[in-house]
Design a protein around this ligand. Structure first.
Ligand SMILES: [Zn+2]
Length: 413
């Protein structure tokens, strides 16, 4: 069949998003719908109801991930999975992962109302706790089903009120069965807002996501000598903060040496942090990202050398330890090509890009050929009540999703 004969119902999709925007609505037009909260339960209940209305086979797994399965001609064949997450940050936005789940639902509605049969079954998924705002780390639902985290680890994570993930999952009635986990998936597609401003700056509607940047967090501890600000001569000081300020400049300059590198220092812990005392110790964390694991590793090596030199020249000690690393992900070329073709067919502008933040597709890409479609975020704002993706872009993203899902589910791509 020619999928371009079908398009998503813009009004229906926007109305569906509006319903979601009313559940956990925050004062300034955003959403506070933390994972496994009462608001999350309300949203889940409505979502499950919508899945039933589309006559999908609904199941819940032991992490609370929700699946709605639409049969294919080859119903024992591999699945085409599509989805994202319905939870948000506190005072988060209305679109984030919500758009990916509800656009997927709209795709199912279009397929159903046009009686379109696909070769392979299609599964729409809402992953639990993508945000990691209530239970850290993020992406627990997708990370759980792909065994990046053990069940024991996930179940015992506590929120700030000492409620475990397991207790919260039980209390909202979404603890399902291990047998219901995602399995035998051919492809996974996630539509998501960009959360950056590349698409907007390029006046482009569709981001073809080639992968997710890898990142490392490096903890840097600089040790000097605490002393009195008055009597200590300038030339005899071991000022840990002064040395740190030079280091932070260096961290920023590193991005000129390595194309595509992003570095950030977002925390600074100064001791003793007193106005008339020379800082004796500073700890800061460097966030460093690049689409290539090799380039990131080379950049880190170079940075370590450069920071050690600064320490030596400023008469302070330095230790650098890696706190956390997340390797880069390359998405499937079959999927990125399918997204490119679909954008072209629709006549939408597109560009290839990498994702800065992590997404559920990161983990699912370990078990299925995966890919992501990005739509523009106004001013690049996300995780914020002001988060906005305009209706035209929502429609375009969902149309591309429809074509991609249909093609993949028919083995055309
Ligand atoms: Zn998200």
């Amino acid at each position: 069949m020619e999928s371009l004969l079908y398009r998503i119902n813009r009004r229906r999709l926007l109305e569906t998003i509006n319903v979601s925007s009313s559940i956990g609505a925050s004062e300034n037009g955003g959403l506070s719908r933390l994972a496994l909260s009462e608001e999350d339960k309300t949203m889940r209940d409505i979502f499950v109801e919508w899945l039933h209305q589309e006559k999908l086979d609904v199941r819940i797994d032991d992490f609370g991930n929700i699946y709605g399965r639409r049969k294919g001609k080859r119903n024992d064949g591999p699945t085409i999975a599509v989805g994202s997450h319905l939870d948000t940050q506190p005072c988060g936005g209305r679109y984030d992962g919500v758009l990916g789940v509800l656009a997927a639902l709209e795709v199912i509605r279009v397929l159903n109302e046009n009686n379109i049969e696909t070769e392979f079954p299609i599964e729409i998924i809402n992953f639990t706790n993508e945000e990691g705002a209530r239970f850290g780390p993020p992406m627990l639902g997708s990370g759980g089903v792909t065994e990046n985290f053990t069940k024991n680890f996930i179940y015992n994570i506590k929120d700030s009120n000492d409620i475990t993930f397991k207790q919260a999952l039980k209390s909202i009635g979404y603890m399902g069965e291990i047998e219901n986990r995602l399995s035998n998936v051919k492809n996974f597609i996630e539509l998501h807002i960009e959360q950056g401003s590349i698409l907007e700056k390029n006046n482009t509607s569709i981001g073809i996501v080639e992968g997710i940047q890898g990142m490392s967090w490096l903890i840097v501890k600089v040790t000097g000598e605490t002393n009195h600000a008055g009597p200590t001569p300038m030339e005899n000081r071991k000022d840990a903060l002064l040395a740190t300020s030079k280091m932070i400049g260096r961290v920023n300059d590193l991005t000129k040496e390595f194309d595509g590198l992003k570095t950030t220092v977002g925390t600074l812990n100064v001791k003793p942090n007193i106005t008339n005392v020379i800082p004796g110790e500073v700890e800061f964390i460097i966030d460093i990202r690049h689409p290539s694991n090799e380039t990131r590793a080379n950049a880190i090596e170079s940075l370590k050398e450069q920071l050690s030199t600064i320490a030596l020249m400023n008469d302070v000690e330095i230790t650098i330890t890696t706190d956390w690393t997340s390797d880069a992900v390359e998405f499937s070329q079959v999927v990125t090509e399918s997204i490119r073709e679909a954008s072209e067919k629709w006549g939408y502008s597109s560009l290839n890009m990498y994702s800065g933040p992590g997404h559920d597709a990161k983990y699912i890409s370990q078990v299925a050929e995966s890919g992501m479609i990005f739509v523009p975020s106004c001013k690049g704002i996300s995780h914020n009540e002001q988060e906005l993706t305009v209706d035209d872009d929502i429609e375009k993203g969902a149309n591309v999703l429809l074509t991609v899902i249909n093609n993949l589910a028919n083995g055309t791509n």
